[in-house]
Write a protein that binds this ligand. Structure first.
Ligand code: IPE
Ligand code: IPE
Ligand code: MG
Length: 242
């Protein structure tokens, strides 16, 4: 499968313009409902959209891509839906493992792996180890059982366990799940919702935000281009003056 064969459309002006883009992949359920399908069909279509989006980000030479796949709050969904999602992650990871050298990305999982099924966990760890050995230039962060609050508590406790009694911002940053990534430049949320839902609470402090009505399973390369264009039209001040 030639995932990253060549750039399919123009957009040269969009290449290499930002370091990190993050996505809150929302609207899978609504996408399915509109088609009279089960929510799980929406999640399956969402997984395909995820591949399209990653591919376009790779073409645009965005070195870090982060996708929010399952939050610490998503466990409160009906059991069948949680099970369907976990099964989908498991199969998705198989495709990542099979296509490791097509992606040429390092895969990093953000979140607490401990409540996940041991087989899924092992697969995640294998992917992290294998991809880190081979591909360091580009990173895909997959947030599974991720919560921004959980991450901050985890980071604070890790810093304390390392002997710190008074914490600095650096102590926290070094223990975040995203420690290896720069802060996101742009955070995109689909499906018209305008909230963070516990995503990257620390890291998104100065991220540009873009919300689109597009449902996640409908996302394609043109939507990624639009997001990057919107970003390029923004003025970032970081509290200073322009
Ligand atoms: C996003 O789609 C996927 C996950 C949160 C796992 P949703 O499942 O939240 O879709 P909607 O919001 O119900 O449409
Ligand atoms: C956020 O979407 C979590 C993920 C995309 C994984 P939700 O659909 O769970 O968020 P809320 O409940 O609408 O805030
Ligand atoms: Mg949702």
């Amino acid at each position: 499968m030639a995932l990253f064969r060549k750039r399919e459309r123009g957009g040269e002006d969009l290449v290499g313009r930002l370091s990190h883009i993050a996505f809150i992949m929302d609207g899978n359920g609504r996408w399915a409902k509109r088609r009279g399908l089960a929510r799980s069909a929406g999640h399956a279509a969402g997984a395909e959209a995820c591949k399209r989006v990653i591919r376009r980000c790779r073409e645009l030479e965005i070195h870090t891509v982060t996708v929010y796949a399952f939050s610490t709050e998503n466990w409160s969904r009906p059991r069948e839906e949680v099970e369907a999602l976990m099964g989908l992650f498991d199969r998705y990871l198989d495709t990542l493992l099979a296509d490791l050298d097509e992606y040429r990305m390092r895969f990093v999982f953000l979140g607490d792996k401990t409540p996940l099924a041991p087989a899924l966990r092992e697969k995640m760890e294998r992917l992290e180890t294998l991809s880190a050995e081979r591909h360091t230039d580009y990173t895909l962060n997959l947030a599974i059982n991720y919560g921004g609050r959980d991450e901050l508590v985890h980071a604070a406790n890790a810093a304390i366990a390392a002997g710190k009694t008074v914490l600095t911002a650096e102590d926290i940053e070094k223990h975040l799940y995203t420690a290896a990534s720069p802060d996101p430049d742009l955070l995109v949320r689909t499906a018209g919702e305008m909230r963070l839902s516990n995503f990257l609470l620390w890291q998104a402090s100065y991220a540009e935000l873009w919300f689109t009505d597009r449902l996640w399973p409908d996302m394609d390369a043109a939507d990624v281009d639009e997001a990057v264009r919107v970003y390029l039209g923004r003025t970032r001040r970081f509290g200073g003056l322009k």
